[in-house]
Design a protein around this ligand. Structure first.
Ligand code: PNS
Length: 166
């Protein structure tokens, strides 16, 4: 019989449409707290988004290629708590940029705990990235602004490609 303790695993969920440096900061910092981090891309078929699911996954995987202990998976149309149970995660990790994020995240954290006892760990967002969100980088990039440094280079290229064909 093995006496190896199972890895402590967390889930970092989100739409990642697309992944930003803010997301990557939280994911990297989660690797210091947990043995394994599962980045869970929540797919909502009713919400088209800017990038399709395969593209979001590809951009995340390319951005995390040098990050050991991290894998990227899709959450289908079920509940996050069921996904967390299936992958053996003991917690959800989310970043907080400020009070607005907290107000949005707290009910979800409490609902997830109500549903299954699943805990949520909040990581204080890196102050230099407080203004970074997927929606804002898209808006700025699509109107010709420079979002270099706010998203990984692969995402920057993908944003410019969408901008140039619309
Ligand atoms: O990046 P987002 O879109 O703000 O992330 C929100 C997300 C995807 C984490 C949340 O909507 C979610 O967990 N969706 C999965 C379905 C679910 O479990 N909903 C109940 C949450 S209490």
């Amino acid at each position: 019989m093995s006496d190896a303790t199972p890895p402590r695993r967390c889930v970092c969920p989100g739409s990642f449409d697309p992944v930003t440096e803010g997301h990557l900061d939280v994911i990297r910092r989660a690797t210091a707290l947990f043995d394994e981090v599962v980045v869970a891309v929540v797919h909502n078929p009713a919400k088209a988004g800017t990038f399709d699911l395969p593209t979001r996954l590809d951009l995340l995987r390319q951005s995390l290629v040098a990050q050991p202990g991290v894998r990227v998976e899709v959450v289908g149309d079920g509940l996050l708590v069921d996904f967390c149970r299936d992958v053996g995660a003991v917690a959800v990790v989310k970043g907080l940029r400020g009070g607005t994020d907290f107000a949005y995240e707290l009910p979800m954290a409490l609902m997830n705990r109500h549903l299954s006892g699943l805990e949520t760990v909040f990581i204080a967002g890196e102050p230099s990235l407080t203004h970074v969100s997927s929606s804002l980088v898209k808006e700025v990039a699509f109107h010709g602004g420079d979002v270099t440094g706010l998203v990984p280079d692969v995402v920057l290229k993908a944003l410019l490609a969408v901008r140039d064909r619309t």
